[in-house]
Design a protein around this ligand. Sequence first.
Ligand code: IPM
Ligand code: MG
Length: 407
Amino acid sequence: MVDEKAIQMAQEKFGALVRRQLERVEVLKSEGDWVDYSKLDKLIIGVCGGDGIGPYICASAQKVMEVLLADKIAAGKVEIRQIDGLTIERRVEVMKAIPDDTLEELKKCHVILKGPTTTPAKGDPWPNIESANVAMRKELDLFANVRPVSVPELGIDWTFYRENTEGSYALGSDGFFVSDDLAMDFCVATTQGTERIIRAGFEHAKKTGTNYVSIIVKANIIKTTDGLFVDLADKIAEEYPGVKHDVWFVDITTAKLIDPARRSDFKVFVLPNLYGDIITDEAAQIQGGVGTAGSANIGKRYAMFEAIHGSAPRMVTEGRAQYADPCSMIKAVALMMDHIGENEKGRKLGMALDICCQFEKKLVMTGRNTGATGDEFAQYVLDTMGRADLEQVWQGYVDAAIAKNAN
Ligand code: IPM
Ligand code: MG
């Protein structure tokens, strides 16, 4: 016999979820325009260390950021604010993904540099509360998760525009058991949320002159939400006659990214949240590992920059947190520079990271005392960036790698 009471309870729960999403649509309809950083008297950058290795690698990245912005900080044009309270202990204490007072402080900043935070999962010693990353993306409406991956010698220059507030993540902590034997999760797409991420991807393709966008879905199976993604991509493409676009299924995309004959053709990807999460880890691995990739979480009002990897609590319990690789966080600083209009600094920091992490490797991070500490590595990156011949050195390495690859 079907349990009618279970159906009724499920309907009530589902109704409440739908109501919240419809309310969100109303908010989306009235969202403001992009904040213009050039018009601010002072740019406020919040720094939250996070958990595990977070505070260590975040401090190394902060050091780099402070050197890059030294003149602006001295002139009172940039203020760096330390924001506490985003630790797993504190979040568990108040049983919130982001404690209220911390959220209030975050909202007083314009941009945020954030170390990895522990995301509780079933079976962990922590209560299974919502991820702080996911909550921050939702609370600050950071809808575009921009993740560049480049391997110049392989001709790879990809930028991923991962939708960051909807898809399978929107109600990721709101699924429920309808009965003892029936568990359900939900996937959400709104017109407004989908249009803005697709437009961001097309804008990027146009601005950078790559003029090519690949939409990644599984619309043959996930017909409604992914179907909307495809339909809106077709519609928005009409606004960008110079930008070519195509649609790929996510499964074959995982294969094509490791296909040397095809992968360098891809330029800009736009993907729903969960596919974006998965594909960007794969892409980062092709670049040299998740430790090498930064992540920009962009909204019209706020932006947050972070590593793409987790908090590696084991490194702390084993006493080796100071050996954690800060490159992903330093890369996040480079992305922040681009976002706040310091593009030249972002570009140079990117080149210095390529030299230090991929080519010259004068210092190596091993994650233990056989390698450099995060602070030593950050200093190495800074020294490299300060080299007068930075451009030539970078170009030399890239040319040599291209030549080697051709053989
Ligand atoms: C990422 C991470 C996060 C995500 C986790 C830590 C919540 O994997 O930024 O890709 O799933 O989005
Ligand atoms: Mg991920």
